[in-house]
Design a protein around this ligand. Structure first.
Ligand SMILES: [Zn+2]
Length: 343
């Protein structure tokens, strides 16, 4: 590979010769392409088709380097390419469509960084520098917009889940600070912002896909309007002045009782969604799990409502409610749990 050609390419893809492209976006595409390239066997056409479809569907490779990679994949799919380097056209194998020389160049970020800085230090013509400043501003705005969008998604997820307000507020603040720092202090590293945001998102999603997501304690106080969005209204009937769907709820769903338009009582039992729990206690759990969970809630064992070996009743306060929880036992396992909250 002629050395001059290689330098040309490196400079080109780091913005040296492509003035009308966003340097950060180029870098992002380049990193993604290098990552994909290292994971793939281009001899597996099915695999190539899958990744090609995914990349084009999501439209994530938008720069010249990204498009070049996509074009290469297409050539492989068409059978018009015999594995050559996407940067310099040197012969490669099906293991990589970037030749060893080009790879070596890209895989030394330290030296690239230096080269980049050097390039940045070369005094540019005033017009060009003004132009690039405008561009930088636009890039920053773009990053902020992306961050805000990510924040909104996080808020939407959390509010949909109904996390306690304090935790939500703390999380918003810390995430805001984090994003602010990333944007302000390291304006070039929008890749890091994306990673952080998506890590947080993934973490949040993961956290709530877990068992704690369906703690029916959080149902207490929920408005009738909200309940009817999730539960079939036709299944509710009035009993003793209360609105309930007990024994009539849709398959798998909890029994809900409303008083004055708010949830005051929730019942879960075997046959309902297994994610349902009360303070972390699920149907099928044993005495020790109950004991641990109730200790955490600083609950008081209510002897007057308990029947040893059959009903285990606890009281504690939660979110402003006096909560009574009755664990109905079958053998040594929880069979049914009812939660009643009064204010
Ligand atoms: Zn090459």
């Amino acid at each position: 590979v002629p050395k001059a050609a290689l330098l040309f390419n490196v400079n080109f893809y780091y913005g040296g010769l492509s003035m009308n492209e966003d340097k950060a976006l180029l870098k992002k595409d380049l990193i993604l392409v290098l990552k994909l390239n290292s994971k793939f066997n281009y001899g597996n056409i099915e695999e190539v088709q899958k990744i090609y479809d995914a990349l084009t569907k999501q439209d994530i490779l938008t720069t010249s380097v990204g498009k070049r990679y996509l074009a290469k994949l297409k050539q492989i799919l068409n059978g018009t390419d015999s594995y050559s380097c996407m940067f310099c056209n040197a012969q490669t194998t099906q293991e990589s469509i970037i030749c060893k020389e080009c790879l070596a160049k890209f895989q030394h970020p330290a030296s690239n960084e230096k080269a980049e800085q050097k390039a940045d230090n070369v005094p540019a013509k005033p017009v060009a520098s003004a132009k690039s400043k405008v561009k930088d501003n636009q890039a920053d705005k773009k990053k902020i917009a992306i961050s805000v969008a990510a924040l909104i998604v996080v808020i939407a997820i959390i509010s949909a889940i109904g996390l306690s307000k304090i935790f939500t507020a703390l999380m918003m603040v810390s995430l805001g600070v984090l994003i602010y720092k990333c944007v302000k202090k390291k304006p070039k590293k929008n890749a890091i912002i994306a990673v952080v945001v998506f890590l947080v998102l993934a973490g949040v999603a993961e956290m709530f896909s877990g068992d704690s997501s369906d703690d029916v304690l959080d149902y207490l106080g929920t408005s009738q309007e909200k309940v009817f969005k999730e539960y079939e209204q036709a299944n509710f009937y009035t009993e003793n002045g209360l609105l309930t769907n007990e024994n009539k709820a849709e398959t798998g769903k909890a029994y809900i009782t409303l008083s004055n338009g708010k949830v005051i009582d929730v019942v879960i039992q075997s046959g309902m969604y297994s994610s349902y729990n009360v303070a972390g206690v699920h149907i099928g759990d044993d005495y020790s799990t109950i004991a641990k969970a109730m200790k955490k809630k600083k609950a008081v064992y209510d002897t007057s409502y308990s029947i040893q070996g059959s009903l285990e009743t606890y009281r504690f306060t939660y979110d402003g409610y006096d909560v009574q929880v009755i664990f109905k036992m079958s053998g040594s396992m929880v069979d049914r749990i009812s939660v009643t909250g009064t204010k």
